[in-house]
Ligand binder design. Structure first.
Ligand SMILES: C[S@@+](CC[C@H](N)C(=O)[O-])C[C@H]1O[C@@H](n2cnc3c(N)ncnc32)[C@H](O)[C@@H]1O
Length: 213
């Protein structure tokens, strides 16, 4: 595998030196889409209802930290199957971890029930990660299971499943899949989610989907 491909594949499961460089880059690279989606979500959810958050595929932990700034009374559990992402998330949120507001867990979203209590979260979030999840419906069922009744699941992607840039990445990153909002909605439906609302950015191929259990 050439160096470019090796580097791009660090988006899927960061490890080693290249993984560290990629995770540092994500801090900046994903901030715009994440902040856009978080501000939409703030308008849609009542902050008082958000006490326990699960941040899935947390990467460097930047968004986990942002969520705790917004939901000031909440506690957050961040999950990633890359040990390096777990390490980075702890390091980037050491104060919240020390204060007992954030826990960071090494785990796979396809097997959440072995790491997290069922029906224990008000909100689950997935920023720029579902491209790599092994089967959307199967993983969404796992998310459904950890949410309390009426709990919400927010999915954020920089791809609308049709844009050229993501297709370029998809060709070069093993196991990456981009999805249209209809495909994501169908998988959420099959997993049992009831209310589902997709929002497209007005000028970019960004997608924010909020589903309620
Ligand atoms: C492209 S990065 C995005 C990281 C972060 N959410 C962000 O927006 O910057 C994808 C992250 O999802 C994690 N990931 C991918 N598949 C996963 C799975 N099945 N279970 C847990 N984590 C996963 C990767 O290890 C990586 O840290």
């Amino acid at each position: 595998m050439g160096l470019l491909r090796k580097f791009l594949n660090q988006t899927r499961r960061p490890e080693g030196l290249l993984g560290r460089i990629m995770l540092n880059g994500m801090n900046f690279g994903h901030a715009f889409v994440a902040d856009w989606a978080i501000s939409l979500m703030q308008d849609m959810l009542n902050a008082h209802d958000v006490n326990q958050i699960a941040e899935l595929g947390c990467g460097n932990g930047r968004d986990a930290g942002e969520l705790l700034k917004i939901y000031k009374a909440a506690k957050l559990t961040a999950v990633d199957y890359s040990p390096l992402s777990v390490e980075k998330t702890i390091k980037n949120n050491q104060a919240a971890v020390n204060a007992g507001r954030m826990k960071v867990i090494h785990g796979n979203v396809s097997d959440l029930h072995s790491a997290l209590e069922p029906q224990s979260f008000d909100l689950a979030t997935a920023f720029e990660t579902i491209y790599f999840w092994p089967g959307l419906t199967r993983c969404f069922e796992q998310v459904f299971n950890i949410l309390k009744p009426n709990g919400h699941f927010m999915i954020v992607t920089e791809s609308d499943g049709r844009d050229k840039i993501s297709k370029w990445f998809q060709k070069r990153i093993d196991g990456m899949n981009t999805y249209t909002s209809s495909e994501i909605e169908a998988a959420l439906n099959s997993a049992g989610f009831a209310y589902i609302k997709s929002t497209h950015h007005k000028s970019r191929p960004w997608l924010m989907i909020l589903a309620r259990r």
